[in-house]
Design a protein around this ligand. Structure first.
Ligand code: ATP
Ligand code: MG
Length: 554
């Protein structure tokens, strides 16, 4: 590679790109030949951890002008479904990635079988009659070598015949398997004659009943990578111990160029469980409304929650790619979402706990001017109708205020956002003492923007016009799991009973007319997604306005 080409190489943002740059510099490949794959198993929905894997796989290929395939790892027919394949495709598109080629491990079953036959012929694989249990018991430990299988000495001819019989369906599940003949004394347990094919009489979602033997992940993966032309096979750290086997398969079968496996740390987020098995259980036990429940860490959940794909990508880019395991605070993810929405979401007003306010001395109505988004001048201005009958939020009124209470209280002043300063003259209560109406007078000279009243108020609160507002169901969320009270606690004991709270709110009419799915900042409340359910306006929380991470939990 010339000096000039070297200089044109993208600067490595992480250790993976550093390795790729070294490979390019060593003349092993050209930048545009970089090829990766995103390899989900279609046995569930993608979650935010997968977003990191996609960021690494698609992002790296994009950076070098190379390619990233979508590779479905479907070697486990009993758990895989077409429903999941479709959902995975939709989630990848939502996140904003395009794959070069879509392929499946099952596309390569014939070739994988041929490779297994080759290993047998070369005396590098044998059919073993030990049960899974016996294989496990003879594998040895980290400190002791394993014991060789009594079937290890079978001739290639006998192995070939038995393997063909396995394929033809002559044996029951688990009765036999094919094992690579490597080294039962290897310090790496994965190298102790690993099983590479198993018998499984199960209908596959793509190949139907064509096969009753299936290759194991560790055998299928290096072969599929090679057949696709993958140059760098990027995976998570738990596969590090499998790399010697990955390399053994590639070297023994003479792959050239041999794909290179590089491992990086998984994304872990506090109070967030990503394992598909656990998420599936939440869905099946009815703890959530489905895989796309807005409290779920699935990509479909995040999408349904109203979290912008750009914020998820931004998060992945900020947390970086490293080799060391770590745990990211959930609040950091929220901060990325908040930052994006602060810059992009229009502002609106709603009150979650409506309290009636009457301005006894105000007559008529007027249109008040608001920024659509004060951080973005180009978003423009909008008007909101002001009038005599209003609602404010119950949280902004106190009959018995603590010291330094700057919102509305008996005989106190407060400013209504972009409107006037009002004074609380009288509180009407029902028989139980509940506040029915707060009667106020307004200060005509205090109009926002040209206030000449001289009255100093510290509190500014949002309001809605009672004569034209819309009823809205507001849904607020907390995490599905509470902090662990003691280590080793089961997830079911950590379920947060208050993970969803519903409010009968009043919202300004513009929200009812807004586009479905649009995100808003409800002033002083949070970011919400507008939707309509059965004709009803629903405002569903995307993220709170403030980081309440450090707040004590109630
Ligand atoms: P789970 O354990 O949640 O079921 P998985 O690893 O079985 O996940 P796959 O469908 O096999 O899920 O994953 C596809 C790819 O996504 C794999 O390369 C896997 O390493 C990667 N991946 C899964 N979870 C994470 C995570 N939390 N962070 C980064 N990458 C992940
Ligand atoms: Mg997996």
């Amino acid at each position: 590679m010339s000096e000039k080409e070297m200089q044109a190489l993208p600067e490595a943002a992480n250790f993976i790109e550093q390795i790729i740059n070294e490979d390019i510099a060593a003349g092993k490949l050209r930048p545009e030949q970089v090829q990766t794959r995103f390899p989900p198993e279609p046995n569930g929905y993608l979650h935010i951890g997968h977003a990191k894997s996609m960021f690494v796989n698609f992002g790296t290929a994009l950076k070098y002008g190379g390619k990233c395939n979508l590779f479905f790892d479907d070697t486990n027919p009993s758990k895989e479904k077409t429903e999941f394949v479709d959902a995975i495709r939709a989630d990848i598109h939502w996140l904003g990635y395009e794959w070069a080629r879509e392929c499946y491990a099952s596309d390569f079953f014939d070739t994988i079988y041929e490779y297994a036959v080759r290993l047998i012929k070369e005396g590098k694989a044998f059919v073993c009659d030990l049960s899974a249990e016996e294989i496990k018991n003879t594998r040895g430990t980290l400190t002791e070598p394993g014991t060789e299988s009594p079937y290890r000495g079978r001739s290639p001819e006998e192995n070939l015949r038995l393997f063909e019989e396995m394929r033809a369906g002559k044996y029951k599940d688990g009765e036999k398997c094919l094992r690579a003949k490597i080294d039962m004394a290897s310090p790496n347990v994965n190298m102790r004659d690993p099983v590479i094919y198993r018998i499984l009489h199960a209908t596959h979602h793509r190949t139907g009943d064509k096969w009753c033997i299936y290759p194991m992940y560790d055998f299928a993966h290096p072969i599929c990578d090679f057949l696709q032309g993958v140059t760098h096979s990027l995976c998570t750290l738990e596969f590090e111990d499998h790399r010697p086997l990955y390399d053994w398969v590639g070297i023994t079968l003479g792959f050239d160029p041999k794909p290179r496996q590089i491992e990086f740390a998984r994304l872990n987020i506090t109070n967030t469980v990503m394992s598909k098995r656990y998420l599936k259980k939440l869905v099946e036990d009815g703890k959530v409304r489905g895989w796309d429940d807005p409290r779920m860490p699935t990509l479909s959940g995040l999408r349904n929650r109203g979290i912008p794909a750009a914020a998820v990508r931004d998060f992945c880019s900020r947390i970086g790619v490293a080799k060391a395991q770590s745990e990211c605070e959930y609040s950091y993810f929220e901060a990325c979402v908040r930052e994006y929405l602060n810059a992009h979401a229009a502002r609106a007003m709603a009150v979650l706990d409506p309290v009636k306010v009457t301005l006894t001395d105000y007559e008529g109505e007027e249109l008040l001017d608001f920024d659509v988004n004060p951080t973005d001048e180009s978003a423009g201005r909008r008007t909101v109708k002001f009038g005599k009958h209003l609602y404010i939020d119950g949280a902004d009124f106190s009959l018995d205020p603590p010291p330094k209470y700057f919102r509305l209280k008996p005989d106190g002043y407060v400013r209504l956002k972009n409107a006037y300063i009002i004074h609380c003259d009288e509180v009407v209560r029902d028989a139980e003492g509940k506040v029915e109406e707060v009667r106020c007078s307004y200060v005509p000279e205090s109009h926002s923007g040209h206030d000449t009243s001289g009255i100093k108020v510290k509190g500014v609160i949002q309001w809605v016009n009672a004569d034209c507002c819309a009823d809205a169901e507001v849904r607020r969320y907390e995490s599905l799991l509470r902090d662990a009270d003691y280590p080793g606690q089961d997830f079911s004991e950590r379920m947060n009973p208050n993970s969803e709270k519903i409010f009968s709110a009043k919202a300004e009419p513009a929200l009812a007319e807004a586009a479905e799915g649009e995100a808003f900042q409800l002033l002083r409340t949070g970011y919400f997604k507008k939707c309509t359910e059965g004709g009803k306006l629903v405002l569903s929380e995307i993220v709170s306005l403030k980081d309440n991470f450090n707040k004590p939990r109630s």
